[in-house]
Every structure is written in C-alpha cells, then in structure tokens.
Design a protein around this ligand. Structure first.
Ligand code: FAD
Length: 317
C-alpha cells in the first residue's frame, strides 16, 4: 500500500496539460512513499493516449477502454475498481471540472479522506497537502492522518512530465454497462462559440485596467496580431464587457500556463496571479514600479503602455 494512482484527463481527443503535471506530482509522492507510480487513462482511444503518457516517471500504465466522452458513473466506477485492485496509498485526480465531478464521490465511496485543489504534496510519515484559501491570499497545509487518501491537484502547479518511458502496460477490463443511470454528458460546447481557449495558448498578451478605455484595446490587438499571440485580460476588462469571459485569467477565470505571458497595465492582484503564475516567462509593462506583478516578473518595463505597446508592435511588424 505504498503506490500512487493518478487518473489522466482528456477532452475532445486531446490529453489535458494536467495529465502530464499529475505524472510529476505522482512520481514525487511515489518516491516519498517508496512505491510505484500507476497512471490510468479512461477513454475510447486508449492506445494513443497511453503512448503519450508513457514517460520515464511512470511504472505502470493502465488503459480502461470505455466511451469517448466523460461520464461520471464510468469514471467513478472504473477508478474505484482500479483502486480496489491496486490498493494504492494515494489516489490523485485532476482538480478540473471533470475531476471535481467524480473525485468526492470516489473518496466517499472508498471511505477515504479527500483534499481538493492542492498546489503541493509532501509525504513524511503522513501526507501534508498545500492549498490556498481566502481567494489565494493565504496558503494553508492540511495534514492527513490516514494510510490512504484522495487528492485533486490544481493545473499549472507541477512541471509537466515529458519524454518516452518504458512503463508496463496493463489493460484493465471494466464493464461500463453495469453502472446506474446518472448524470450524462449531452453535448459539448466550445468556449465562446468557436473562440480560442486561452488555457491552450503558448503566448498570451494580457490587458488590464491600465488600458483605460475599450477602444484602446485595439492597440493591444495590433500587438497580438504582430506577435501571433492570443489576447487575454484581467477581470475588470471582462466585468466592463470589453472582452468575453473566456478571455479572463485568474481565480474566477482561467488558469493558464503559456510559455510567455505579457501583462500590460495589470497590477498583479492575488486573484489574477493565481491564474498565471505558472507561465514560464512573465513580462510586465506597468507605469508603477511597485505594482505587485513585478514580484513574479522575469522581465519588466516601467513605462507608459501607450508609448511602449505601439513601439513594440512596430518592432514586431
Ligand atoms: P488594477 O488593479 O486597477 O491595475 C491596473 C494597473 O495598470 C496598475 O498597476 C497601474 O499602475 C497600471 N497602469 C495604469 N495606467 C498605465 C499605463 N498607462 N501604462 C502602464 N500601466 C498602467 N481579477 C482577475 O484578473 N482575475 C480573476 O479571476 C479575478 N477573480 C477575482 C475573484 C474574487 C473573489 C475577487 C474578490 C476578485 C477577483 N479579481 C480577479 C479582481 C482582482 O482582485 C483585481 O481587482 C483585478 O485583478 C485588478 O485588475 P487590473 O490589474 O487590470 O487592474
């Protein structure tokens, strides 16, 4: 009972980033426990996903061939059945819309303690899970006094695993037919009617209240076009109705982990930072050298965005 089981997540034919981050989280915990890391992929296309998830950190990869779309009963049932077979110390699930749908049910059914939305996991004679509270204003740790537990992990908090490994492959037979009728996914609607998903973007140019007026966003759009980036924003821009909700980065918006995050006229409130601190490189343009966003910036320009942005656009053009 020292192993770790992580259930990967996919959507519409693609593995989500949290699947690779969960491998890293799972490996670290498995090492601390002195056990193996088991990854499960529950899907219609298990082979393609299994190949991608077979990174050097993984010991055993379980494929559970079921329907293509997420289904509460299937995921909960298959996860519980795998748990019964493997008897792991830790069950890790993504803290995503899907993960939150079945993680509490699985924990309840298994009679295990559950810690949601964790941002770090440590094990030393017991689990210590880190979570944020009060709108990400404070960090707390939760000590779990149990040999077995369930945690869900926040996306963007662990490095994504990569590379090819040679995990043992295991087909896990689960009869999805036996589950009761429950909630069913009836369809899938793309965010913003075919609009982009900022969570998938590699380069985000993000605009904040420093832009002053809706019409001025055109300045940022010009830079976005010149750089091939994707446009996102802080919450006031969305609250003002200047950009749609699916462009909002932060605690009540999207979690993003681009290679580059260029924050223009954004102060760096904790609720905003909670959504973008996982970006690889953070660049800031702000007139206020004391703006908190500079604390997490890799590069910063202390200057007026109305001077800097057109000059940058011209350079890129
Ligand atoms: P401001 O804080 O007003 O910052 C504007 C910045 O622009 C300032 O730093 C200023 O120096 C700079 N500036 C001004 N003029 C210029 C110029 N000419 N050139 C360059 N810089 C200039 N916020 C989010 O973003 N995402 C969330 O998901 C989110 N969720 C929230 C959830 C809750 C429960 C609560 C209470 C709040 C949430 N917020 C969220 C709001 C958050 O607290 C901040 O109010 C918000 O992030 C501030 O946005 P901002 O940085 O664009 O604006």
């Amino acid at each position: 009972m020292s192993s770790v089981l992580f259930v990967a997540e996919h959507r519409r034919g693609d593995l989500r980033d949290v699947s690779y981050e969960g491998i890293t989280a799972g490996r670290q915990l498995a090492d601390a426990l002195g056990g193996e890391l088991h990854i499960a992929v529950i899907s219609g296309d298990v082979d393609g996903f299994a190949e991608s998830l077979n990174t050097p950190e993984v010991d055993v990869l379980h494929t559970v061939e079921v329907g293509e779309e997420f289904d509460h009963d299937v995921y909960a049932g298959a996860t519980e059945a795998l748990h019964a077979e493997l008897d792991p110390a830790a069950l890790i699930l993504p803290n995503s819309v899907n993960g939150l749908d079945y993680a509490p049910a699985v924990a309840d059914s298994l009679g295990l303690p559950y810690v949601s939305d964790t941002t770090a996991l440590a094990y030393d004679d017991g689990l210590t899970a880190t979570r944020e509270m009060y709108g990400s204003k404070v960090e707390t740790t939760v000590d779990v006094d149990a040999d077995q537990f369930v945690v869900s992990i926040r996306s963007g908090e662990w490095e994504a695993a990569s590379g090819a490994g040679d995990a043992e492959l295991s087909e896990f037979a689960f009869d999805a037919e036996v589950v009761d009728d429950g909630a069913r996914v009836q369809g899938f609607e793309e965010v913003g009617e075919g609009d982009v998903d900022i969570a998938d973007a590699e380069f985000l140019v993000s605009v904040g209240r420093g832009i002053e007026e809706e019409d001025n966003i055109d300045l940022i759009r010009d830079l976005v076009e010149a750089t091939g980036a994707t446009l996102s924003s802080s919450r006031p821009i969305v609250d003002n109705g200047w950009l749609p909700k699916n462009r909002q980065v932060g605690q009540s918006g999207k979690q993003v982990t681009p290679n580059v995050y260029l924050a223009i006229g954004i102060s760096g409130a904790v609720q905003h930072v909670a959504g973008m601190k996982g970006a690889e490189t953070i660049i800031v343009i702000n007139t206020d050298p004391n703006a908190p966003i500079f604390d997490i910036a890799d590069y910063g320009i202390v200057d007026d965005l109305f001077d800097v942005v057109p000059a940058l656009t011209e350079q890129f053009e």
